[in-house]
Design a protein around this ligand. Structure first.
Ligand code: AMP
Ligand code: MG
Length: 337
């Protein structure tokens, strides 16, 4: 299969791929997604094949606005509308009770479905033109860091998908926040572009699922089966050093060996001269860290590094999402300094 490349003006042709049951690379404000018609179980099955994704890891259903929620969900709590009002379109996915029209292939057989209304203008235009909900996970090969540009997605998906729409680099850079509204209190399953602080502002109490801060042990049951899988990982093992930026930089410098690579804050680049090093932006600029973290992780797969050290970011605001992605990439190998 040859993957067609579209620019943002060719929305109608791209939407046609979705309507015909094909696979489409879609720009969103979070990361690039691998989309298919979410009501077409056969098309959705192809997403799992193209990514090499385990069947028990459910997808998110993308819709053009909150009025579509009723079509695919039932017993929708008022909190869902309050969140939609405040954060949609935007990087927030809500877990709600599903209706029977949603194929099992999308939800991995769960009685819940993840719903999101993305903000990227090109993505919105595609959803409107397609006229169907679009099931999509991130557009990477399963296990690899998520793609934040069309080029990154093509690195994994060229020849495996029917088309990709280049909507430029992703503005948020980490996947959507996932909040489960089927439990009381609502539970954060994945930190992302909408922060825990912002969610608490609207919902009051919000619980944080154990998967956000640590690895699931054998015999433990996450809310969605897919949450147990290794994620975002480059080929070389990652160690996160958590602490004040100057301290973590000093620790890494002291332990750095031949063959190691470093992910650091911009101000510490000079400390690691001569080693393969990627900056994720200034220590104080969390939005920039979110935009750059996946690119930094991806970079090392085209180098010969055998181990990667990463400075752990401040886990507040969107920093909780950046920290979570680095910790997951590291399999929660974290050194506190
Ligand atoms: P991705 O954006 O590639 O990480 O894929 C979608 C994410 O949404 C996965 O982490 C899924 O585990 C999560 N997800 C989708 N549907 C549900 C659901 N019904 N319950 C919990 N998590 C879900
Ligand atoms: Mg993913």
């Amino acid at each position: 299969m040859k993957t067609k490349h579209f620019i943002e003006l060719e929305v109608e042709q791209a939407a046609q791929i979705l309507r015909q049951g094909g696979l489409l690379g879609i720009p969103t404000e979070t990361v690039y997604g691998l989309g298919a018609n979410g009501l077409d179980a056969a098309a959705v099955a192809h997403i799992f094949e193209a990514k090499g994704r385990p069947q028990d890891n459910p997808l998110i259903l993308h819709i053009p606005d909150a009025s579509w929620l009723e079509r695919y969900c039932q017993n929708i709590p008022p909190a869902a509308y309050a969140l939609a009002q405040r954060f949609w379109p935007g990087p927030l996915t809500m877990i709600l009770e599903r209706r029977a029209v949603v194929p099992d292939a999308v939800t991995a057989g769960l009685d819940t479905v993840g719903m999101r209304c993305p903000a990227h203008p090109v993505c919105r235009a595609i959803l409107q033109a397609a006229g169907v909900p679009v099931a999509a996970p991130s557009g990477n090969t399963s296990g690899r860091p998520s793609p934040t540009s069309a080029a990154d997605m093509l690195e994994d998906m060229e020849g495996k998908i029917d088309g990709i729409v280049d909507g430029g680099p992703c503005q948020v850079g980490v996947e959507s926040t996932i909040i489960d509204l089927t439990v009381q209190p609502p539970r954060l399953l994945r930190p992302g572009g909408v922060t825990l602080e912002e969610l608490r502002d609207v919902l009051g109490e919000v619980a944080v699922d154990a998967v956000v801060t640590r690895l699931m042990g054998a015999g433990e049951h996450p809310r969605a089966p897919g949450m147990k899988y290794r994620h975002y990982a480059p080929k070389a093992p990652v160690t996160v050093v958590q602490g004040a930026p100057a301290e973590s930089a000093r620790y890494i410098q002291a332990h750095l060996a031949e063959g190691d690579g470093v992910i650091c804050f911009a101000e510490f680049l000079p400390l690691f001269a001569g080693y393969p090093v990627e900056s994720i932006g200034p220590a104080a600029d969390q939005a920039e860290q979110a935009r750059r973290v996946f690119d930094a992780l991806r970079y090392f797969d085209n180098t010969a590094v055998k181990r990667i050290w990463a400075q752990g970011p401040d886990p507040t605001g969107i920093g909780l999402a950046v920290s979570n992605r680095l910790n997951k990439a590291a399999g929660f190998q974290i050194i506190e300094v």
